[in-house]
Design a protein around this ligand. Structure first.
Ligand SMILES: *[C@@H]1O[C@H](CO)[C@@H](O)[C@H](O)[C@H]1NC(C)=O
Ligand SMILES: *[C@@H]1O[C@H](CO)[C@@H](O)[C@H](O)[C@H]1NC(C)=O
Ligand SMILES: *[C@@H]1O[C@H](CO)[C@@H](O)[C@H](O)[C@H]1NC(C)=O
Length: 522
């Protein structure tokens, strides 16, 4: 018995050996300065997994670990959280045109860049003789921060918490044809009408203008200020990424082309094995015979800051339902809270959604939440508030896995109707179960994939062989403008000139003939 299984064991050992080639432990510097909690949630499991595999990970972020972790060192940027809540309220309540929107992101990215470079602890790190083998950054327009890779002569990996866009494309020479790839913050889909394609082109041009005339000159100036002796070419750095990891997957968005070093890893933040829920929470979910509902507006929008009228409507709707509701509510007291509502300021969201008795997720439709809903096959009632949430909501509706409620103006009947629609019509659950199957059907779990390609870059010292040659071409060469111009001139010379010449000869003969005729007449 044992003897017979030995070849099998050997084979297994061989397979796992080739799947996990040894990578020397590396020193990794990860920089995630943005104050939005979901941006850090997106990468935390990945950074911890790298530390778990023996790499020494140093993380610059606003969210240092509460308990020390082996191989994991935090450099805290907690100061970026000051004023963040007010910024979010301003973003939600102010109307902006496209250019003002670009300016808003510009302020945000400039703030993120400066918070890293101004940090005393980061400066201490830069002045020390500590070395890093790899730099990982959030790929969000912080070019002066990309200079860390130049400083340490290390390869650089970008992580995008949404997917790709023309800015992220540039890092690896990816291409997003504007005819069928909408900008992520527009609400367009991959199938656009003529006018929508025109809109996409217009937004794309605005984006490029803002990037090259406002954003990049500013980043170059920041770089010169904080690296006075630096010799990095910022404009070249943004074309020399080894890898970008994209929090996206075609099963939840749409199919599109990628270069070999742009890798989809949506869902890498979700643990494959749900954790045990706290007993009180699970008891409350179990106690609801008809099933339970989970309601969360995410980490940016605070439920406690909803207007009194809205809270009142929500509570009346929940009280009228035969379901227990768990609500992420950030204050401890909620007057008139009905018996069937359970509040807490934090929930292990993915573990709650994993519970079989949870039947519906009322969500702000952020990308991480939407991905978790699809992961656990729970249909949605969406209440998008800002940024990409409207786009996600559009996709949710299009896929038939949920319905939306207007966050600004919902009424009792609208909210109650939406909840009952999704719970009483089996099609929403069936659709999301089907989508969930497609999402899970991959050769490799997303976190394993992210780790594999990260270590691949380490093993092959930046993996320059994966970079497309586009990175060495200028705008004219990349778009073949030079060759097209020569080609057109060639066509003109080869076809039009002879025609013109023949025409000239023929008309010359005609002129002579008619001239002769005239002569005869006179
Ligand atoms: C830049 O170089 C000068 C002269 O070599 C040196 O005195 C100065 O300390 C350097 N500055 C930094 C920030 O490294
Ligand atoms: C909830 O129900 C599940 C399955 O029905 C059971 O395994 C679990 O122990 C229950 N938990 C509590 C806290 O009642
Ligand atoms: C949200 O509500 C709390 C009180 O619960 C208040 O202290 C805080 O200022 C409010 N935040 C905003 C941004 O309105």
């Amino acid at each position: 018995m044992l003897l017979r299984s030995i070849p099998g064991l050997l084979l297994l050992a061989l397979i796992s050996f080739s799947a996990h080639q040894r990578t020397d432990c590396a020193k990794i510097l990860a920089i995630f300065p943005f104050p939005g909690p979901s941006q850090y949630i997106c990468v935390q499991a990945y950074l911890k997994a790298l530390a778990g595999r023996g790499h020494e990970v140093t993380v610059v972020s606003a969210y240092p670990q509460k308990k020390p972790l082996p191989n994991f060192r935090d450099i805290s940027l907690e100061e970026v959280l000051n004023g963040y809540e007010e910024t979010i309220v301003d973003v939600i309540t102010q109307e902006r045109n496209k250019w003002q929107e670009l300016n808003l992101y510009y302020d945000f990215f400039t703030g993120g860049t400066l918070s890293v470079l101004k940090s005393a602890n980061v400066q201490k790190l830069l002045q020390s003789d500590e070395h890093f083998d790899l730099v990982i950054v959030e790929a969000l327009q912080m070019d002066a921060v990309y200079a860390f890779a130049h400083h340490y002569k290390a390869p650089i990996i970008g992580i995008s918490t949404y997917g790709t866009d023309p800015t992220i494309d540039e890092l690896v020479g990816n291409t997003s044809p504007i005819s069928y790839i909408p900008l992520p913050l527009s609400e367009l889909s991959d199938r656009m009408s003529f006018w929508q394609r025109l809109e996409n082109l217009w937004h794309h041009l605005l984006h490029q203008l803002h990037m090259h005339f406002i954003y990049l000159p500013n980043q170059v100036a920041i770089y010169k200020e904080y690296f006075p002796n630096g010799t990095a070419d910022i404009l070249a750095l943004r074309k020399s990424f080894s890898l970008v990891l994209l929090n996206q997957h075609f099963s939840i968005s749409f199919p599109r082309p990628y270069v070999p070093n742009a890798i989809e890893v949506a869902g890498m933040h979700i643990s494959q094995k749900p954790n045990q829920l706290p007993a009180v929470m699970e008891g409350f979910i179990n106690a609801s015979k008809a099933g339970a509902i989970f309601f969360s507006l995410g980490s940016n929008v605070k439920s406690k800051n909803l207007s009194k009228e809205k809270i009142d409507i929500i509570l009346r709707v929940f009280a009228s339902l035969p379901y227990n509701v768990l609500w992420k509510f950030e204050a401890t007291d909620l007057p008139n809270k009905p018996q069937n509502v359970y509040i807490d300021k934090w929930f292990p969201q993915s573990d709650v959604l994993a519970h079989p008795n949870v039947k519906l997720f009322i969500s702000h439709a952020g990308l991480l939440s939407t991905t978790e809903a699809i992961h656990h096959a729970k249909p949605l009632v969406g209440m998008p508030v800002f940024f990409d949430q409207f786009l996600n909501m559009k996709r949710i509706k299009h896929a038939g896995i949920g319905v939306s409620v207007n966050y600004k103006s919902f009424t009792y009947d609208e909210l109650r109707g939406a909840i009952l629609e999704v719970l009483n019509q089996p099609k929403y659950t069936q659709n999301i179960q089907q989508m969930s199957q497609l999402y899970h059907d991959r050769p490799m779990k997303p976190l394993d994939k992210a780790i594999f390609w990260t270590e691949y870059v380490l093993r092959h010292e930046g993996a320059a062989h994966m970079r497309v040659a586009a990175q060495g071409l200028n705008f004219i060469q990349y778009h073949s403008l030079d060759t097209i111009a020569v080609f057109i001139v060639g066509v003109v010379l080869a076809v039009i000139l002879p025609v013109w010449a023949i025409y000239g000869i023929v008309s010359g003969m005609v002129m002579r003939d008619s001239g002769g005729a005239k002569l005869k007449h006179s």
